[in-house]
Design a protein around this ligand. Structure first.
Ligand code: NAP
Length: 425
């Protein structure tokens, strides 16, 4: 049976679950999920085992409550990180990559970044090899969560960060190296007519590539998300006033991608010139904002931001800034999705000082699990998870990170928080 973007999966080291089938691919972002899908998971390092245990129990309970015995997930453990190294002597194995390509939807806990392992980060490696170009992080306030905002309930936005380009492409030269000197020499002498300025020889050099292809495909992905999940606006966040041919071009290419969907998208200019400022039913408003202004606007006018699409570095900054307004790392879900393959993950790291203490907040991975169920169109189960979590927080039964900021709350363990979500579904 052909599933996924990799037709045949013949794992050498990872035995398959006893039952279950793969998710079928019907086209870009179109999948057909069987009632008993095989879903690969990476438990993760540090606090990974604690949060994964709480998470799969919550997901299984939600699926059972929503669909009875009709639907069930067959979890399939695959390996990366420390556990993979201990078992197979490698930080990442091919069977793991192939499992995600074949089974399409997967979930993972945080991974330690190996030092001297030959690559900068396992997460970046997974994203690059599987071409998971859209980093999607919903940022939403849940009643009762500690927040520094006066009106945190106004925050409900989805951040779309381009995952493959920008300064993260890692094209850099260290100050004083022959390559850096050669490049500076070339720019100062051969390109003088273009640059009109001299670069000091004691500079390190980094390259910021932003392409038409990658900009248009992240915008396409964001438009798909907005239309699927009923989002009303997409703000293109950029620093195009300074970086015209990278960030400015990103903005222009995003508008061009939106213009290819006149049935769905209208610009801010058209909104006022043709619709008297009132968004027609079913349309998505496309606007753009300068990156620095957005850092203040998500504080002062957060309800004006429904979705944000942005290059890699801006996306890194704005997503952590936004999640800090709604309870922080412990509760921010995330996913990395390509044309079809999607890996849903905790957005925090391995928090090693809390490893195996059954203490940390599992909310980030649990809500990422709910996102995964949304992607599979098992929406009823996803809603049960969110409503259970909201009630557990409203009852002030929370893990240490919230308890220390919520007067009158009862601190409970990671596993107990998972059980409270299930009890409150
Ligand atoms: P971290 O693991 O995210 O932890 C930093 C701090 O954030 C924790 O000490 C804790 O703060 C708070 N925190 C994190 N997760 C939390 C949760 N679930 N609930 C409540 N509080 C939480 O960051 P790090 O210490 O910089 O990184 C540790 C390792 O993780 C590194 O190897 C790094 O490379 C890796 N990492 C992996 C990923 C990933 O796999 N996606 C992402 C980031 C980092 P308090 O101590 O104040 O309570």
């Amino acid at each position: 049976m052909a599933y996924g973007v990799l037709d045949n999966y013949n794992p050498k080291r990872l035995p398959l679950p006893e039952d279950g089938e793969g998710i079928l691919v019907k086209g870009p972002r179109k999948i057909d999920v069987p009632d008993n899908p095989i879903i690969p998971f990476i438990e993760g390092d540090g606090v990974g085992p604690d949060i994964w245990k709480a998470t799969y129990q919550v997901i299984d309970a939600a699926v059972k409550k929503a669909y009875g015995s009709k639907r069930k997930i067959s979890w399939y453990e695959v390996y990366a990180g420390q556990k993979c190294f201990d078992k197979f002597g490698k930080w990442l194995i091919q069977d793991t990559l192939d499992a995600f390509s074949h089974y399409i939807v997967g979930i993972k806990g945080p991974l330690t970044t190996p030092i001297g392992g030959g690559f900068r980060s396992l997460n970046v490696t997974l994203r690059q090899i599987l071409d998971l170009y859209a980093c999607i992080r919903p940022v939403k306030y849940y009643e009762g969560v500690p927040s520094p905002m006066k009106e945190p309930h106004k925050i409900d936005m989805v951040i779309y960060r381009e995952n493959t380009e920008d300064v993260y492409a890692g094209i850099e030269w260290k100050m004083g190296t022959p390559a850096a000197r050669k490049l500076i020499d070339f720019l100062n002498n051969e390109m003088e007519n273009e640059t009109h300025r001299k670069i000091s020889f004691d500079s390190g050099i980094g390259i910021k590539p932003i392409s038409e292809f990658a900009s248009k495909r992240i915008m396409e992905h964001a438009i798909w998300y907005a239309s699927k999940f009923g989002r009303k606006s997409i703000s293109i966040m950029h620093k195009g006033n300074i970086m015209k041919y990278t960030e400015g071009a990103f903005k222009n290419w995003c508008y061009e991608a939106a213009a290819a969907h006149p049935d769905l998208c209208i610009t801010e200019e058209a909104l006022y010139s043709q619709y008297a400022g009132k968004l027609p039913e079913g349309k998505i408003l496309i606007k753009d904002r300068i990156a620095d202004s957005m850092f203040q606007q998500i504080h002062t006018r957060p309800d004006e931001y429904d979705m944000i699409v942005t290059p890699n570095l801006n996306g890194d900054f704005i997503s952590d800034a936004a999640v800090s307004l709604v309870g922080g790392l412990g509760i921010g879900p995330g996913s990395n999705i390509g044309d079809v393959v999607g890996i849903f993950e905790a957005t925090h790291g391995t928090a090693p000082k809390y490893a195996n203490m059954d203490k940390i907040n599992p909310g980030s991975l649990i809500l990422s699990g709910a996102m995964m169920l949304d992607y599979m169109e098992w929406t009823e189960a996803a809603e049960l998870i969110r409503s259970g979590l909201i009630k557990a927080i409203a009852n002030k039964t929370v893990t240490y990170d919230f308890a220390r900021q919520m007067p009158g709350s009862t601190e409970i363990k990671c596993s107990e928080f998972g059980k409270k979500i299930v009890d409150n579904m």
